[in-house]
Design a protein around this ligand. Sequence first.
Ligand code: NAD
Length: 309
Amino acid sequence: MSIRFDGRVAIVTGAGTGLGRAHALGLAARGAKVVVNDLGVSTDGEGRSSEAAEAVAAEIRAAGGAAIAHGADISSEADVADMVGQAMAEWGRIDILVNNAGILRDKTFSKMSLADFRKVVDVHLMGTATVTHACWPIMREQKYGRIVLTSSSSGLYGNFGQSNYGAAKAAMMGLMNVLHQEGARDDIRVNTLAPTAATRMTESLMPEDALALLAPETITPGLLYLVSENAPSRVIMGAGAGSFAQTRVYETRGITLTGDDNTPEAIADRFEDLSDPTDQEELVNAFSQTQKYARNAAEAQGLKLNWGT
Ligand code: NAD
Protein backbone atom coordinates (compact mmCIF):
# COMPACT_ATOMS: atom_id res chain seq x y z
CA MET A 1 0.00 0.00 0.00
CA SER A 2 1.56 3.28 -0.99
CA ILE A 3 1.81 6.16 1.47
CA ARG A 4 0.20 9.36 0.13
CA PHE A 5 -0.61 12.77 1.57
CA ASP A 6 -3.23 14.01 -0.92
CA GLY A 7 -5.52 16.57 0.73
CA ARG A 8 -3.14 16.91 3.69
CA VAL A 9 -1.51 20.19 4.72
CA ALA A 10 1.98 20.08 6.25
CA ILE A 11 4.20 22.64 7.96
CA VAL A 12 7.92 21.87 7.87
CA THR A 13 10.11 24.21 9.93
CA GLY A 14 13.67 24.96 8.86
CA ALA A 15 12.85 23.62 5.40
CA GLY A 16 15.05 26.00 3.40
CA THR A 17 18.00 23.62 3.47
CA GLY A 18 19.30 20.27 4.77
CA LEU A 19 16.90 17.77 6.32
CA GLY A 20 13.88 20.10 6.33
CA ARG A 21 14.21 20.71 2.61
CA ALA A 22 14.35 16.95 1.92
CA HIS A 23 11.27 16.38 4.14
CA ALA A 24 9.30 19.19 2.44
CA LEU A 25 10.13 17.88 -1.04
CA GLY A 26 9.26 14.32 0.05
CA LEU A 27 5.87 15.36 1.46
CA ALA A 28 5.03 17.44 -1.64
CA ALA A 29 6.06 14.63 -4.02
CA ARG A 30 3.41 12.44 -2.33
CA GLY A 31 0.63 15.00 -2.57
CA ALA A 32 0.87 17.20 0.55
CA LYS A 33 0.43 20.96 0.39
CA VAL A 34 3.46 22.31 2.20
CA VAL A 35 4.25 25.42 4.22
CA VAL A 36 8.00 25.76 3.77
CA ASN A 37 9.20 27.62 6.84
CA ASP A 38 12.71 28.99 7.24
CA LEU A 39 14.24 31.98 8.98
CA GLY A 40 17.31 31.76 6.74
CA VAL A 41 19.90 31.97 9.50
CA SER A 42 23.47 30.73 9.73
CA THR A 43 24.19 27.49 11.60
CA ASP A 44 24.68 29.48 14.82
CA GLY A 45 21.40 31.37 14.33
CA GLU A 46 22.65 34.72 12.98
CA GLY A 47 21.08 36.77 10.15
CA ARG A 48 17.67 36.47 8.54
CA SER A 49 16.55 35.84 4.95
CA SER A 50 13.44 34.46 3.26
CA GLU A 51 15.39 33.34 0.16
CA ALA A 52 15.96 29.68 1.09
CA ALA A 53 12.30 29.06 2.01
CA GLU A 54 11.12 30.78 -1.18
CA ALA A 55 13.51 28.71 -3.33
CA VAL A 56 12.22 25.41 -1.90
CA ALA A 57 8.57 26.49 -2.27
CA ALA A 58 9.31 27.45 -5.90
CA GLU A 59 10.97 24.06 -6.47
CA ILE A 60 7.83 22.29 -5.20
CA ARG A 61 5.53 24.41 -7.37
CA ALA A 62 7.76 23.86 -10.43
CA ALA A 63 7.33 20.11 -9.93
CA GLY A 64 3.52 20.55 -9.94
CA GLY A 65 3.03 20.63 -6.16
CA ALA A 66 1.49 23.21 -3.83
CA ALA A 67 3.66 25.22 -1.45
CA ILE A 68 3.90 28.54 0.33
CA ALA A 69 7.03 29.94 1.92
CA HIS A 70 7.07 31.58 5.35
CA GLY A 71 10.05 33.16 7.11
CA ALA A 72 8.79 32.82 10.69
CA ASP A 73 11.24 32.62 13.55
CA ILE A 74 9.84 29.54 15.27
CA SER A 75 10.73 30.95 18.68
CA SER A 76 8.55 34.04 18.09
CA GLU A 77 4.91 33.58 19.06
CA ALA A 78 3.82 36.44 16.77
CA ASP A 79 5.71 35.07 13.73
CA VAL A 80 4.30 31.59 14.33
CA ALA A 81 0.74 32.89 14.73
CA ASP A 82 1.13 34.66 11.39
CA MET A 83 2.45 31.50 9.68
CA VAL A 84 -0.29 29.25 11.05
CA GLY A 85 -2.87 31.93 10.17
CA GLN A 86 -1.61 32.04 6.57
CA ALA A 87 -1.70 28.25 6.26
CA MET A 88 -5.30 28.21 7.54
CA ALA A 89 -6.32 31.08 5.25
CA GLU A 90 -4.79 29.33 2.24
CA TRP A 91 -5.78 25.70 2.87
CA GLY A 92 -8.10 25.59 5.93
CA ARG A 93 -6.36 22.83 7.86
CA ILE A 94 -3.02 21.61 9.24
CA ASP A 95 -2.57 17.85 9.33
CA ILE A 96 1.17 17.41 9.64
CA LEU A 97 3.78 19.35 11.59
CA VAL A 98 7.45 18.56 11.17
CA ASN A 99 9.45 20.45 13.82
CA ASN A 100 12.88 20.46 12.25
CA ALA A 101 14.46 23.94 12.44
CA GLY A 102 17.54 24.24 14.58
CA ILE A 103 20.89 25.84 15.32
CA LEU A 104 24.15 25.00 17.11
CA ARG A 105 26.29 26.97 19.56
CA ASP A 106 28.86 24.41 20.65
CA LYS A 107 31.34 24.99 23.47
CA THR A 108 32.40 23.00 26.52
CA PHE A 109 30.13 23.75 29.47
CA SER A 110 32.87 25.67 31.31
CA LYS A 111 33.27 28.04 28.35
CA MET A 112 29.64 28.33 27.35
CA SER A 113 27.77 31.54 28.16
CA LEU A 114 24.28 31.18 29.54
CA ALA A 115 23.15 33.39 26.65
CA ASP A 116 24.26 30.67 24.19
CA PHE A 117 22.68 27.98 26.35
CA ARG A 118 19.39 29.90 26.44
CA LYS A 119 19.40 30.67 22.71
CA VAL A 120 19.72 27.00 21.75
CA VAL A 121 16.99 25.97 24.20
CA ASP A 122 14.87 28.83 22.86
CA VAL A 123 15.09 27.69 19.25
CA HIS A 124 14.88 23.92 19.71
CA LEU A 125 12.63 23.48 22.73
CA MET A 126 10.62 26.72 22.87
CA GLY A 127 10.47 26.92 19.05
CA THR A 128 9.09 23.39 18.84
CA ALA A 129 6.65 24.07 21.68
CA THR A 130 5.54 27.37 20.09
CA VAL A 131 4.73 25.95 16.65
CA THR A 132 3.16 22.82 18.13
CA HIS A 133 1.07 24.92 20.55
CA ALA A 134 -0.29 26.99 17.64
CA CYS A 135 -1.21 23.87 15.61
CA TRP A 136 -2.57 21.84 18.55
CA PRO A 137 -6.10 23.32 18.80
CA ILE A 138 -6.49 23.01 15.01
CA MET A 139 -5.50 19.34 15.08
CA ARG A 140 -7.76 18.68 18.08
CA GLU A 141 -10.68 20.30 16.27
CA GLN A 142 -9.97 18.23 13.13
CA LYS A 143 -9.49 15.11 15.24
CA TYR A 144 -6.38 14.41 13.20
CA GLY A 145 -2.75 15.37 13.54
CA ARG A 146 0.68 13.94 12.92
CA ILE A 147 3.59 15.66 14.66
CA VAL A 148 7.29 14.91 14.52
CA LEU A 149 9.84 16.44 16.87
CA THR A 150 13.49 16.38 15.82
CA SER A 151 15.91 15.12 18.46
CA SER A 152 19.51 14.02 18.09
CA SER A 153 21.91 11.32 19.24
CA SER A 154 23.50 14.21 21.14
CA GLY A 155 20.40 14.49 23.33
CA LEU A 156 19.80 10.75 23.60
CA TYR A 157 23.39 9.65 24.23
CA GLY A 158 25.47 12.82 24.79
CA ASN A 159 28.11 14.64 22.75
CA PHE A 160 31.12 16.55 24.08
CA GLY A 161 30.65 20.32 23.76
CA GLN A 162 26.87 20.24 23.28
CA SER A 163 25.35 20.68 26.77
CA ASN A 164 22.87 23.29 25.47
CA TYR A 165 21.93 21.33 22.34
CA GLY A 166 21.92 17.94 24.10
CA ALA A 167 19.62 19.24 26.83
CA ALA A 168 17.22 20.81 24.31
CA LYS A 169 17.21 17.68 22.12
CA ALA A 170 16.61 15.35 25.10
CA ALA A 171 13.60 17.55 25.97
CA MET A 172 11.95 16.36 22.73
CA MET A 173 11.46 12.96 24.34
CA GLY A 174 9.70 14.49 27.35
CA LEU A 175 7.49 16.66 25.17
CA MET A 176 6.61 13.70 22.94
CA ASN A 177 5.70 11.45 25.88
CA VAL A 178 3.17 13.94 27.23
CA LEU A 179 1.72 15.09 23.89
CA HIS A 180 1.33 11.43 22.89
CA GLN A 181 -0.93 10.92 25.91
CA GLU A 182 -2.85 14.20 25.57
CA GLY A 183 -3.30 13.84 21.79
CA ALA A 184 -4.41 10.21 21.65
CA ARG A 185 -8.17 10.89 22.07
CA ASP A 186 -8.12 13.22 19.04
CA ASP A 187 -5.97 10.96 16.84
CA ILE A 188 -2.95 13.21 17.19
CA ARG A 189 0.16 11.03 16.96
CA VAL A 190 3.50 12.34 18.12
CA ASN A 191 6.87 10.85 17.27
CA THR A 192 10.52 11.85 17.47
CA LEU A 193 13.13 11.58 14.75
CA ALA A 194 16.83 11.35 15.67
CA PRO A 195 18.57 11.88 12.34
CA THR A 196 22.20 11.87 11.38
CA ALA A 197 22.90 13.50 8.05
CA ALA A 198 25.40 15.32 5.93
CA THR A 199 24.23 18.94 6.04
CA ARG A 200 25.94 22.27 6.59
CA MET A 201 25.55 21.54 10.32
CA THR A 202 27.79 18.48 10.16
CA GLU A 203 29.87 18.76 6.98
CA SER A 204 33.05 19.74 8.85
CA LEU A 205 32.76 16.77 11.24
CA MET A 206 32.86 13.81 8.85
CA PRO A 207 35.07 12.38 6.10
CA GLU A 208 33.96 12.91 2.45
CA ASP A 209 33.01 9.26 1.87
CA ALA A 210 30.76 9.20 4.97
CA LEU A 211 29.13 12.50 3.93
CA ALA A 212 28.22 10.97 0.56
CA LEU A 213 26.37 8.10 2.29
CA LEU A 214 24.54 10.31 4.79
CA ALA A 215 22.47 12.42 2.37
CA PRO A 216 19.32 13.95 4.00
CA GLU A 217 17.16 12.14 1.41
CA THR A 218 18.12 8.80 3.04
CA ILE A 219 16.29 9.89 6.20
CA THR A 220 13.09 11.35 4.73
CA PRO A 221 11.36 7.93 4.20
CA GLY A 222 11.44 7.45 7.99
CA LEU A 223 9.94 10.90 8.51
CA LEU A 224 7.22 10.20 5.93
CA TYR A 225 6.24 7.00 7.73
CA LEU A 226 6.09 8.82 11.09
CA VAL A 227 3.59 11.38 9.73
CA SER A 228 1.53 8.96 7.64
CA GLU A 229 -2.10 7.96 8.24
CA ASN A 230 -1.08 4.69 9.93
CA ALA A 231 1.84 6.17 11.83
CA PRO A 232 2.75 4.77 15.22
CA SER A 233 2.90 7.18 18.18
CA ARG A 234 5.54 7.79 20.88
CA VAL A 235 8.33 6.32 18.76
CA ILE A 236 11.89 7.64 18.79
CA MET A 237 13.30 6.68 15.40
CA GLY A 238 16.99 6.91 14.66
CA ALA A 239 17.70 7.44 10.95
CA GLY A 240 20.69 7.95 8.68
CA ALA A 241 22.23 6.59 5.46
CA GLY A 242 19.28 4.21 5.06
CA SER A 243 19.53 2.74 8.58
CA PHE A 244 16.41 3.04 10.75
CA ALA A 245 16.13 1.98 14.41
CA GLN A 246 14.12 2.67 17.55
CA THR A 247 15.52 4.16 20.75
CA ARG A 248 13.63 3.07 23.86
CA VAL A 249 13.87 3.86 27.57
CA TYR A 250 13.66 0.85 29.85
CA GLU A 251 13.55 0.56 33.62
CA THR A 252 15.12 -2.44 35.35
CA ARG A 253 13.04 -4.58 37.68
CA GLY A 254 15.08 -3.12 40.55
CA ILE A 255 15.25 -3.99 44.22
CA THR A 256 13.05 -3.05 47.18
CA LEU A 257 14.46 -2.18 50.59
CA THR A 258 12.27 -1.81 53.67
CA GLY A 259 12.61 -0.38 57.16
CA ASP A 260 16.13 -0.32 58.63
CA ASP A 261 17.48 -2.15 55.56
CA ASN A 262 16.80 0.95 53.41
CA THR A 263 20.30 2.43 53.64
CA PRO A 264 22.84 3.84 51.17
CA GLU A 265 25.15 0.93 52.10
CA ALA A 266 22.50 -1.59 51.06
CA ILE A 267 22.13 0.22 47.72
CA ALA A 268 25.92 0.14 47.23
CA ASP A 269 25.97 -3.59 48.04
CA ARG A 270 23.13 -4.38 45.65
CA PHE A 271 23.84 -1.86 42.88
CA GLU A 272 24.54 -4.64 40.40
CA ASP A 273 21.27 -6.28 41.35
CA LEU A 274 19.21 -3.09 40.86
CA SER A 275 20.91 -2.60 37.48
CA ASP A 276 20.24 -6.16 36.24
CA PRO A 277 18.48 -5.86 32.84
CA THR A 278 16.57 -9.16 33.22
CA ASP A 279 12.82 -8.38 32.91
CA GLN A 280 13.45 -4.66 32.35
CA GLU A 281 10.39 -2.93 30.93
CA GLU A 282 9.26 0.17 29.04
CA LEU A 283 6.86 2.02 31.36
CA VAL A 284 3.79 3.44 29.66
CA ASN A 285 3.39 6.58 31.80
CA ALA A 286 4.63 8.32 34.93
CA PHE A 287 2.16 6.69 37.27
CA SER A 288 3.13 3.18 36.23
CA GLN A 289 6.44 3.82 38.02
CA THR A 290 4.67 5.05 41.17
CA GLN A 291 2.33 2.05 41.13
CA LYS A 292 5.21 -0.38 40.58
CA TYR A 293 7.12 0.96 43.60
CA ALA A 294 4.04 1.06 45.84
CA ARG A 295 3.26 -2.53 44.81
CA ASN A 296 6.85 -3.64 45.47
CA ALA A 297 6.76 -2.07 48.93
CA ALA A 298 3.37 -3.62 49.75
CA GLU A 299 4.58 -7.05 48.64
CA ALA A 300 7.84 -6.77 50.61
CA GLN A 301 5.87 -5.86 53.73
CA GLY A 302 3.14 -8.47 53.24
CA LEU A 303 0.47 -5.78 52.68
CA LYS A 304 -2.42 -5.82 50.20
CA LEU A 305 -2.57 -2.86 47.82
CA ASN A 306 -5.53 -2.23 45.51
CA TRP A 307 -3.87 0.10 43.03
CA GLY A 308 -2.72 -0.61 39.48
CA THR A 309 -2.17 -4.14 38.18
P1 NAD B 1 20.56 22.97 8.66
O1 NAD B 1 21.38 24.02 9.33
O2 NAD B 1 20.96 22.50 7.30
O3 NAD B 1 19.03 23.42 8.61
C1 NAD B 1 18.39 24.02 9.69
C2 NAD B 1 17.46 25.08 9.14
O4 NAD B 1 16.72 25.63 10.23
C3 NAD B 1 18.18 26.24 8.45
O5 NAD B 1 17.69 26.41 7.15
C4 NAD B 1 17.89 27.44 9.35
O6 NAD B 1 17.77 28.66 8.63
C5 NAD B 1 16.58 27.03 9.99
N1 NAD B 1 16.35 27.72 11.26
C6 NAD B 1 17.21 27.88 12.29
N2 NAD B 1 16.65 28.59 13.27
C7 NAD B 1 15.38 28.86 12.89
C8 NAD B 1 14.29 29.55 13.49
N3 NAD B 1 14.42 30.11 14.71
N4 NAD B 1 13.13 29.61 12.82
C9 NAD B 1 12.99 29.07 11.59
N5 NAD B 1 14.00 28.42 10.96
C10 NAD B 1 15.17 28.32 11.60
O7 NAD B 1 20.54 21.75 9.68
P2 NAD B 1 20.06 20.21 9.49
O8 NAD B 1 21.26 19.37 9.69
O9 NAD B 1 19.21 20.03 8.30
O10 NAD B 1 19.19 20.05 10.81
C11 NAD B 1 17.79 19.92 10.83
C12 NAD B 1 17.36 19.41 12.20
O11 NAD B 1 17.93 18.12 12.44
C13 NAD B 1 17.84 20.30 13.35
O12 NAD B 1 16.86 20.32 14.37
C14 NAD B 1 19.07 19.57 13.84
O13 NAD B 1 19.38 19.89 15.18
C15 NAD B 1 18.64 18.13 13.66
N6 NAD B 1 19.72 17.18 13.60
C16 NAD B 1 20.59 17.19 12.56
C17 NAD B 1 21.60 16.23 12.54
C18 NAD B 1 22.55 16.13 11.39
O14 NAD B 1 23.36 15.18 11.40
N7 NAD B 1 22.51 17.01 10.41
C19 NAD B 1 21.74 15.33 13.58
C20 NAD B 1 20.84 15.35 14.64
C21 NAD B 1 19.82 16.29 14.62
